[in-house]
Design a protein around this ligand. Sequence first.
Ligand SMILES: Cc1cc2nc3c(=O)[nH]c(=O)nc-3n(C[C@H](O)[C@H](O)[C@H](O)COP(=O)(O)O)c2cc1C
Length: 371
Amino acid sequence: MLELATPGASPSRAQVARLVAATNTAPSADNCQPFRFAWDGEALTIFHDEDRARNILDHRGRASQITLGGVAAALSIAASAEGFTARLDLTPGLPGTAWATARFEPLGEAAPHELHGWLERRCTDRRLYQGGSVPASVRSAIEGDAAGDPGCHVRFVEGCPPALRDYLLRGDGYVWHHDRVYRDIMRWFRFTQREIDATRDGAPWRSLGLDIPELPGLGFARSRLVQTLLDRGGLSRIWRYRLQTQLDSSAGLFCVTAPSGSPIDFVRAGRLGLFAWLRLNGAGFGVQPYIVQSLFAHAFAEGDPAPGTLPEFVELFRGGPATIARAFGLAANERPLWLFRVGLSPAMPALLRTKRLPVEKVLSILDSAPP
Ligand SMILES: Cc1cc2nc3c(=O)[nH]c(=O)nc-3n(C[C@H](O)[C@H](O)[C@H](O)COP(=O)(O)O)c2cc1C
């Protein structure tokens, strides 16, 4: 039952706990959940967790900034379900510091956000899709969300143009080719149900879209030997084939663009990306982001690649944003910041879904906060 907030009231502790739990369903790279929340009775401060965010793919905090955008979108939707409007002050800055502060005002008679029922159902779907075509009504609702962020857009392309397909396939190899990228990703892979239940974070092996049962020794995938097999052995061909079939099964791709690659524009892209994701899941479409070939490529395009960048990938990634821009027909002032594939897909079984840390682990309530 929805409680109606009384005029002038702040959310109660129970309401804050519920809205933080709903906010924390927001996606993060590898489900690392890099934000913490503190409620003092007036403001909800959102802290960046430097240790959880540590990842070579989070160069200059860009993956965290995208994640913060999703957290901001989820918070505004979750607050509306508790009868409040959230006013957010976004300050993405140094790792480990406060990156946002939210204050709440009663919504009055206004209805909760239409997407509130989708926060907990949203998920990353890496299975094969069943093609389809994104309905015009869904696209125009997504465009409506983008209108709130001048200069930002969500662009769609049907199918996958050959140059973009080639770029996506070649870029994907970076994960296997680069020791540090592989290690950082493996830190968050969960290979047994026991590991999943104990940590409530990271990406369960089942969610990778490969139909592999729990097998003793799957954790061996963290080893250098498996990385080498993936990089140079037969496994790399299987993985590449998998990505090809994933692209072939999709309705197309979509890309969130912004006028610049500033931290705030990455946050805005993350916010819009989550609204689009929720709307597409709500319309029966599966969604899967591609971080390496979009977000990570920016570092190369801007001449600021992450330390330890492999020279053989520099040219590929440097040309990435232009390849994406051509495929989507972007205007000169549009920067492609976040890329996804999309396609019709049935609801995700519970077993394939990721978990979240319990709310008491992510939220601290100061003694001064009223009950
Ligand atoms: C910044 C960011 C980058 C991501 N990059 C990828 C990616 O490259 N490939 C992928 O399959 N999923 C990617 N994801 C999806 C996350 O792995 C996923 O959101 C997380 O594991 C939680 O699962 P859920 O989305 O099902 O809740 C990304 C998510 C975020 C927020």
